[in-house]
Each structure stands twice: as structure tokens, then as C-alpha cells.
Design a protein around this ligand. Structure first.
Ligand code: CUA
Length: 260
């Protein structure tokens, strides 16, 4: 009976559509990726993990062997060996070669992140002490003003059941899925950093400077992030919430915002 229940739970988990787009207690791994860039980051991490494991096992094995064979109780007379050309060439060339192998996927990912493919939408996000504001300057209402609003954290005492402490905001940023969105990041007062783990974005918000990044969200959902640059006493209280919706829903949201 127990077996039946556990296998049922296992099957249900395998087929469930739930993703982790928010940090969890005692979490060690990544949140689930929602953009091709984040998938690339996770894959690169796994690739590097392979090299790290092989190198750490090899180095520890070598250290332990050395401790064993060169122990004073086993060798009363110290060896006069000072250098060996061949081994020195090997231990210089091998790490360089490993770095070269790592550089290939690393650079391809780096350039993929840098590339901004003719974006459909541009959104400007500005960091303030201590909230974010969003500007959709692609659209203008009848009086010629762009969509512009502020996004404040919901304080703990106002949270409803199921909401995330220190992560929920009153006005989230809304973007459509399967669309190239350019995000322009700046700050109004001090350094902030606009970061959303599931989207693979972490972009410094610097006063007097425009940084740009792009996202291509593959699935609908609510993505949580936090300011990632120490910006003052309320640094921990300026979260980022992104709602990725379908294109028709996004258009509806924009038209509602414009008629406000
Ligand atoms: Cu804004 Cu830290």
C-alpha cells in the first residue's frame, strides 16, 4: 500500500507542471530556468562541475600519496631531487589545456548573453532607495505619457496566506512570453542591481548610466528576484516580481494601463 502511494506521488511529481521560480528554504541548487540563457548557465555549471570533480579527486589523491611516500619515517635521508623538466611541462600545459576547453562553452554563453536580438519591447527599470520603478516607453496614452509606475514590497503584516515574505510587490513588471524583451537598467540615487535567478539576469543599476540586458521568457509564470547590490538599510526590502503572460493578456494589460 505504502509502495503504491509513493509510486503514485513519484509519478505525479514527474508529470506535474510546477516550477520553482522562487528561492526555497535550504535550497542548494538553481531555481528552474525560464529563459534559454538560464538554461545555458545551468548547463555550463554542470560542465564545469565535471572538471572540478576530476581535478579535486586527482589533486587530493596526489597530496595523500605524497604524504604517504615522503613521510620522514619512511625516508630517513631526504631526496636531493629539485626539478624535472618533463613533469614541469606536463603540469603547466595540462591546466592550460583544461582552461582552453572550458573557455569554449564559457565564451559562447557570454556572447549569447551580450547579444540583443532586435527586441520587440523595451522596458526601463530604475532602482530607487528602496523600490523599483518601471517605464514602458514604447506606448503612450492620449496625453502622450508613457506607462510609468512604482513597485514597492508588500510589508510582512499585509501578506496573505501563500505569499512570499520579502518577495511580494504591489505592482509587478508584466512581460509577454516568447518575445524578445530589452530591459534597460539604471538607478536614481545609488547603486542597485536588478536580478532575477529564473531568468538568468543580474544587471547593475548605476546612476547616470544605462545598462541593458534582454530576456526571452519561455513559459508563463511569476518570477521573483531581489536587489543584488548593497544599497542601504532597506536593500533587503526592494524585491522584483515579473509576471510573464501570454501576448493577448499582455496587450490587454497594456491597454488597461494606458486608459488608467
Ligand atoms: Cu537596491 Cu540593494
Amino acid at each position: 500500500m505504502i509502495n503504491l502511494i509513493t509510486s503514485f506521488i513519484f509519478i505525479a511529481l514527474c508529470f506535474s507542471n510546477s516550477f520553482s521560480d522562487v528561492s526555497e528554504p535550504w535550497q542548494l541548487g538553481f531555481q528552474d530556468p525560464a529563459t534559454p540563457i538560464m538554461e545555458g548557465i545551468i548547463n555550463l555549471h554542470h560542465d564545469l562541475m565535471f572538471f572540478i570533480c576530476v581535478i579535486s579527486v586527482f589533486v587530493s589523491w596526489m597530496l595523500l600519496k605524497t604524504l604517504w611516500h615522503f613521510n620522514a619515517s619512511q625516508n630517513f635521508i631526504a631526496s636531493s631531487l629539485a626539478h624535472g623538466t618533463l613533469i614541469e611541462i606536463i603540469w603547466t600545459v595540462t591546466p592550460a589545456f583544461i582552461l582552453l576547453i572550458i573557455a569554449i562553452p564559457s565564451f559562447s554563453l557570454l556572447y549569447a548573453m551580450d547579444e540583443i536580438i532586435s527586441p520587440t519591447i523595451t522596458i526601463k527599470t530604475i532602482g530607487h532607495q528602496w523600490y523599483w520603478s518601471y517605464e514602458y516607453s514604447d506606448y503612450q496614452n492620449e496625453s502622450g505619457d508613457p506607462i510609468n509606475y512604482e513597485s514597492y514590497m508588500i510589508p510582512e503584516e499585509d501578506l496573505t496566506l501563500g505569499q512570499f515574505r520579502l518577495l511580494e510587490v504591489d505592482n509587478s513588471m508584466v512581460i509577454p512570453t516568447n518575445t524578445h524583451v530589452r530591459i534597460i537598467v539604471s538607478a536614481a540615487d545609488v547603486l542597485h542591481s536588478w536580478a532575477v535567478p529564473s531568468l538568468g539576469v543580474k544587471c547593475d543599476a548605476v546612476p547616470g548610466r544605462l545598462n541593458q540586458t534582454s530576456v526571452f521568457v519561455k513559459r508563463e509564470g511569476i518570477y521573483y528576484g531581489q536587489c543584488s547590490e548593497i544599497c542601504g538599510v532597506n536593500h533587503a526590502f526592494m524585491p522584483i516580481v515579473i509576471e510573464a503572460v501570454s501576448l493577448p493578456q499582455y496587450v490587454l494589460w497594456i491597454s488597461n494601463k494606458l486608459s488608467d
